[in-house]
Design a protein around this ligand. Structure first.
Ligand SMILES: [Zn+2]
Length: 497
């Protein structure tokens, strides 16, 4: 079975002028944005002003998006106001709502126009509508007899803008779409084995190196933390997959690491029925790492990048690992197992250690790791943690500027008290659960050398009912745009390399 749907393409074109009537008549739909003005109309008249006035006269719908069905000779329009100082997140959200307002309309050609004095704002809206469009047309695999209609949108013309980074928008969308498509797959389709095979397939088509650390190889490497989780799966098909793109230098500038638990039953500390829903998405850290790798290798071919994926399943076969066991990780650290459902940190521990052996200038890991992070932030933000406090400002700003919002948490050393064990070097977690997102980050830090800059992303916003920012599916694939902003705009890797 081919796990990836046929990719769809959205061609974005830019024009620095206002569209002519002919150009407007040439599209099926118009996305219009205008600032909220205190009084009167200070802005020049927009094309289609009559229809806009008509829509303004109607009540604004709950979403803040008005739509108008054009007559046969005219395109449909969706129109909305935005407040001054709207953030990138606000713009992306508004763009998503414009697509939602299309309902049964299925345009092939659309144009986007923002009537703002600031070129920067006009550009930001064009980018938001393009990003939301790329996400909107990407089908997530479903298994219904009656398939939903494919979205036809193929051309998006952006007016009154110049210098859009169209290649970057597309590459980021490819990464985000891959992350979401994989996360939406059911656990009997995306198993640790089929996921590994898919990585090999992607490596072939993208010219990446691919190395598989299967269970027997991991046994030899002493990866007892990862293997403790794998033990509960009778198929013995767990693996750590290393992908590599070699640019100009041998040493990786960046290693991306992801938690890929294809299904999380909780193990012997079995989850209840509600807790087990969506647990096929517990591999989203790995799909975000993989999606980001796809994006960055396309945009930065001269960089040397690695991607390490911890692919496993947390099941409860007779051999499944149990609380109070003591296991030894690949870096020699002994771990007292406390709760079988805290499997993500176990699988990541050895993966982080292996990734760090190649001395990358920076490690970023992604994981749907803790419920505590969701309690702290809800599913609107994700949490970041780093062993370099001076990166926190850039992390916050990259979240703000990409619209994939992140919030930094402290990881000071005294939190280690939570993980003190009478029997081993460290406890896996504590049962009282307070600040477990921080304790988990402290746990992971034991497997990254202090000299290696490291960022851990707890993907609490990986699933948000109704979608988040520009993404309209519940699974958000959050992390790709954020990381691109961090690496390409904040140039974090360059500073560290
Ligand atoms: Zn778990």
């Amino acid at each position: 079975m081919n796990l990836l749907p046929k990719s769809t393409r959205l061609i974005v074109r830019e024009y620095d002028s206002t569209p002519t009537v002919k150009q407007i008549r040439g599209v099926d739909h118009v996305f219009l944005f205008e600032p909220k003005l205190k009084s009167g109309r200070l802005l020049p008249k927009m094309p289609l002003q009559k229809q806009i006035d008509h829509m303004q006269a109607q009540a604004v719908s709950k979403s803040g998006v008005l739509s108008h069905s054009g007559d046969a000779r005219q395109p449909t329009i969706s129109y909305s106001h935005y407040a001054k100082g709207a953030s990138v997140f606000d713009m992306l959200t508004l763009a998503r709502k414009h697509y939602a307002a299309l309902k049964n309309l299925n345009p092939t050609r659309a144009l986007v126009l923002c009537n703002d004095k600031s070129e920067e704002v006009r550009k930001a809206f064009a980018e938001a509508v393009a990003a939301a469009g790329h996400a909107w047309i990407c089908p997530l695999t479903t298994f219904k007899k009656r398939r939903a209609r494919n979205r036809k949108l193929r051309y998006l013309d952006a007016y009154k803008v110049s210098d859009l980074d169209i290649a970057r928008l597309k590459a980021e969308a490819d990464g985000n779409n891959l992350a979401r498509v994989l996360a939406a797959l059911p656990p009997n389709k995306l198993t640790a084995a089929s996921y590994t095979a898919l990585c090999q397939q992607l490596a072939r088509s993208n010219n990446w190196e691919c190395e598989i650390f299967d269970q027997s190889r991991l046994q030899k490497a002493g990866a007892g933390a990862f293997l403790a989780v794998a033990r509960g799966n009778p198929h013995a098909n767990a693996a750590i997959v290393r992908l590599r793109h070699t640019g100009q230098q041998d040493r990786p500038q960046l290693a991306l690491v992801g938690k890929g638990v294809c299904f999380d039953t909780g193990g012997v500390n079995l989850k209840n029925a509600i807790g087990m829903q969506q647990m096929h998405e517990d591999m989203q850290g790995s799909s975000v790492a993989l999606g980001t790798f796809l994006t960055l290798t396309a945009l930065r071919p001269d960089d040397t990048l690695e991607c390490w994926l911890a692919l496993t399943e947390n099941r409860l076969d007779g051999e499944a690992y149990t609380p109070t066991e003591i296991v030894t990780a690949a870096n020699g650290t002994t771990i007292e197992v406390v709760h079988s459902d805290a499997e993500g940190r176990m699988a990541l521990a050895d993966t982080l250690h292996l990734a760090s052996l190649n001395k990358p200038a920076l490690i970023i890991d992604y994981a749907t790791l803790t419920g505590a992070c969701i309690y702290a932030l809800t599913t609107r933000y994700s949490g970041t943690f780093t062993n370099r406090d001076d990166l926190n400002t850039a992390l916050l700003a990259a979240g703000e500027d990409s619209g994939e919002r992140m919030w930094p948490f402290p990881v000071s050393q005294d939190f280690d008290d939570i993980l003190e064990s009478d029997y081993a070097d460290i406890k896996q977690c504590s049962l009282d659960g307070k600040g477990d997102h921080i304790a988990a980050a402290r746990f992971l830090s034991r497997f990254v050398p202090a000299k290696t800059p490291w960022i851990h992303v707890d993907l609490s916003s990986g699933h948000h009912k109704g979608g988040l920012a520009h993404v309209s599916s519940d699974v958000t694939g959050v992390g790709v745009r954020f990381t691109c902003n961090l690496v390409l705009d904040k140039k974090i890797g360059d500073q560290l390399g």
